[in-house]
Structure formats: structure tokens, C-alpha cells
Design a protein around this ligand. Structure first.
Ligand code: SF4
Length: 393
């Protein structure tokens, strides 16, 4: 891993405001010691949200100072046609379904071409596990996007898409599949598809999907190729807090091994279209979203960045989360489909001005970043030489 900037600890713990049961954890954080899974459970059980925020903020400011970043990006979902039918997913469709869609390569390239003059630095592209698109289709798409602008970072495909390509389409090893995608222009893989690692919960909310070990194996292989990726957790459905902690533990362990995760992005389950075992789930409250972010920040001591996904939280709550461990507000996105097909009522995009305004109003310093959370200035170069040290992996 590259060297990291450590900011001086301007923000100190006020132990008078921390309840007795959390003080030993707060002391560990101040002493830069790792907390245990038992500690993480104690944090999740606490209702003292401000104390959690204060502890999380110590880690946040130590890692990222007063900066809060965002990326100028364009989302693309190339198709929602999928061989699986994950119970929680309102995005996927079968070919015969009225809401099925599949864009042609020229349409996708055209959409990205239109977004380039806006200054995007990244295209973020995922889709369903398509039953019939061929290897050449994906490679031609990547090559076409790369040819549009070689500096445009292509962040694409979840670990489960990569596994689908490897097993059913490319018929290659995971390593060779990733290498083939990279040669065609892939810059990094996305963190989606992790859901919750617990096998019993997985069997109930996404039967047939890759296991935790398989998800982790794809990211491990990518990291071993010097690739970088983000990681995620889908929470707020039928999982327990112990299962959340177990999920975080497995991410932290892989990060100890590879150092390849640049940031962590938790998503709350969107229940508007849910049915079956998920029918009666209520949307995670603002309190729960902030608590989950704060605990994640405190526990994941080896992942430099914590992103609040405003599509799920809404920008107002994402703004508040900047005081609960978060140092990144994700991106402009320009067109989000997955959460909105599930019923999200947040906007489909944000302007740079609205993200920067939200950050400034929260008392943080906005900074545009690239796909690896490196700070940029207006002409896409690192803002100040010393900020090279901010590179997290
Ligand atoms: S979550 Fe992904 S794999 Fe599962 S049904 Fe939806 S698109 Fe397919």
C-alpha cells in the first residue's frame, strides 16, 4: 500500500459525554487500538448516538481531516435482465417482463459521451447476470468507453457479475477474466453484491447468489493483481446486529490481507417493493442509518474512507452523517436505477454545487475526488503535492 496521510487529532474525545459502557472502547480508539467484535456489538446496542458519533469522528478526522469528498460520475445500468431472482431485488427482470431493458453498446457510449463535457471522471456500470450477452459484447463495450476518453475511469461489474462472466460466458478463471476485462479498459470493480455474508440470511434474501467466500475471492484476486475496489453491506432487512458485525469482520480480515479496499459503502434495504419474507420490513430509520455508519467507521480501522450513499439516505441525512464518521458523499451519479426501481424517492442525480453546498454547510471542506478517493482540482490533477499521501491504496 502507498503511504497514508495521518492528520493531527484536532478533535478530542469528551469522556463526560460518553456513557460508562462505551468508555473503554472510546479509550481504545483514542489510543489507535483495534476494537473487537464484542466491542462492535456493544456499539450497535448503544442508543447514545451522539457518543457514537463522537467516537467515530475521532477516527474520521484522524484519517481524513476535515475533508469531505465526492466524485463526479455517471451511472449506467447496461441491462436489468438477470438469471437470478434475489428476493430483495426490484431491479432485475426476465427477458419477457415489461420492465426488462437492455441497452445497445452505441446507446451506452452515447450516454457517456454526452456526460463527458460535464466533467465526469468516472463511469460506474453494473447490470444483471445477463443470460445471452457474449464475451465480445462486454469487451467491445469496455473498449468503446475507453476509446472515448482514456482518462475516464471505468468502474464496473460486481463480484457476482465477474463470477458469472468467468463461469458461464468467458469460461476462464477469475484471474484471467479480470485480466481480460482490464485489458479492454476496466479500471476497478464495484463493491456490490456483498449483501450480508451470513449464509442463512443469504439463502433467504438472495438464494442462488455467490457465497461470501466467493465474493471475497473475486476481490482478493483483483487486489492481488494490484486492482482496487470498494466494499458494501446491505443492512436493515432480516439480519441481526451479530450478522452485521460478522460481515464487517470478514471485510476487515480481507483488508488486513490485501489492503485493496479503498472505501466502505453500506446500503439500507429499500422496502417499498418488497414481498415474501421481506414484506413487512420497515425502512431503516435515520437513527439506525447513522448508528450503522458510526459503528462501521469505528470498527473498520483499516479502510480509509466511509461513503454515505445519498441515493439511499437522502442528501439531508447524508449531510448529517458527515458528523458520524462519513468523509465521502459518493457522487453526482446522473442517473440511478437500482434503488429507484425499488421505490427510492430521492433524486436521480446531484449537481457538484449541491454536494459542495451540503458539505460546506456541515462545516467540512469539500473536495472532488477520483475513483481511488484521491483529491482532484478542476483540471483533474491532484490538488496539492502533499495530497498524494491521501491515496489510500
Ligand atoms: S441483486 Fe443482482 S443478481 Fe440478484 S436478481 Fe438483482 S440483478 Fe440479479
Amino acid at each position: 500500500m502507498l503511504g497514508r496521510q495521518r492528520y493531527s487529532l484536532g478533535f478530542r474525545m469528551n469522556y463526560l459525554l460518553i456513557p460508562k459502557e462505551l468508555r473503554s472502547i472510546a479509550e481504545k480508539i483514542e489510543a489507535q487500538q483495534r476494537i473487537s467484535e464484542t466491542d462492535a456489538l456493544a456499539l450497535y446496542r448503544s442508543n447514545d448516538l451522539n457518543a457514537l458519533g463522537m467516537i467515530a469522528n475521532v477516527t474520521r478526522e484522524r484519517k481524513n481531516g476535515n475533508y469531505a469528498s465526492y466524485i463526479h460520475n455517471r451511472y449506467i445500468n447496461y441491462s436489468n435482465i438477470c438469471v437470478l431472482s434475489c428476493q430483495f431485488c426490484a431491479f432485475a427482470a426476465k427477458k419477457r417482463d415489461a420492465h426488462a431493458f437492455e441497452y445497445a453498446i452505441e446507446e451506452i457510449i452515447g450516454a457517456v459521451r454526452e456526460a463527458l463535457p460535464l466533467g465526469i471522471t468516472e463511469v460506474h456500470m453494473v447490470g444483471g447476470l445477463h443470460p445471452s450477452l457474449k464475451k465480445e459484447w462486454y469487451l467491445e463495450l469496455l473498449r468503446g468507453l475507453h476509446a472515448l476518453d482514456p482518462d475516464l475511469h471505468i468502474k464496473a461489474f460486481t463480484a457476482i457479475e465477474v463470477r458469472h462472466f468467468a463461469q458461464r460466458i468467458f469460461r476462464m478463471s477469475i484471474h484471467d477474466t479480470l485480466e481480460t476485462l482490464r485489458e479492454a479498459g476496466l479500471g476497478s470493480i464495484t463493491g456490490g453484491g456483498a449483501e450480508i455474508f451470513d449464509p442463512v440470511v443469504r439463502d433467504k434474501i438472495c438464494r442462488g447468489k455467490e457465497t461470501a467466500a466467493e465474493w471475497l475471492d473475486v476481490h482478493r484476486a483483483w487486489h492481488q493483481m494490484a486492482g482496487r475496489s470498494t466494499c458494501t453491506m446491505l443492512f436493515g432487512h432480516i439480519e441481526t446486529i451479530a450478522q452485521r458485525v460478522d460481515h464487517l469482520r470478514q471485510l476487515r480480515e480481507l483488508q488486513d490481507e490485501t489492503g485493496g479496499f479503498t472505501g466502505f459503502i453500506p446500503f439500507a434495504f429499500e422496502p417499498s417493493q418488497s414481498h415474501g419474507i421481506l414484506a413487512d420490513i420497515k425502512r431503516a430509520s435515520a437513527f439506525e442509518q447513522l448508528r450503522n455508519l458510526a459503528v462501521s467507521r469505528i470498527y473498520l480501522d483499516n479502510i480509509e474512507h466511509l461513503t454515505a450513499y445519498w441515493v439511499s439516505l437522502g442528501l439531508p441525512l447524508a449531510q448529517v452523517s458527515l458528523s458520524y464518521g462519513v468523509d465521502d458523499l459518493h457522487g453526482t451519479i446522473l442517473e440511478e436505477k437500482i434503488f429507484h426501481m425499488a421505490g427510492a424517492t430521492t433524486p436521480q442525480q446531484q449537481t457538484v454545487a449541491s454536494l459542495e453546498h451540503a458539505i460546506r454547510e456541515a462545516g467540512r471542506e469539500p473536495v472532488q475526488r477520483d475513483s481511488f478517493y484521491r483529491h482532484l482540482n478542476g483540471d483533474k490533477r491532484l490538488a496539492r503535492p502533499d495530497e498524494r499521501e491521501l491515496v489510500c491504496a
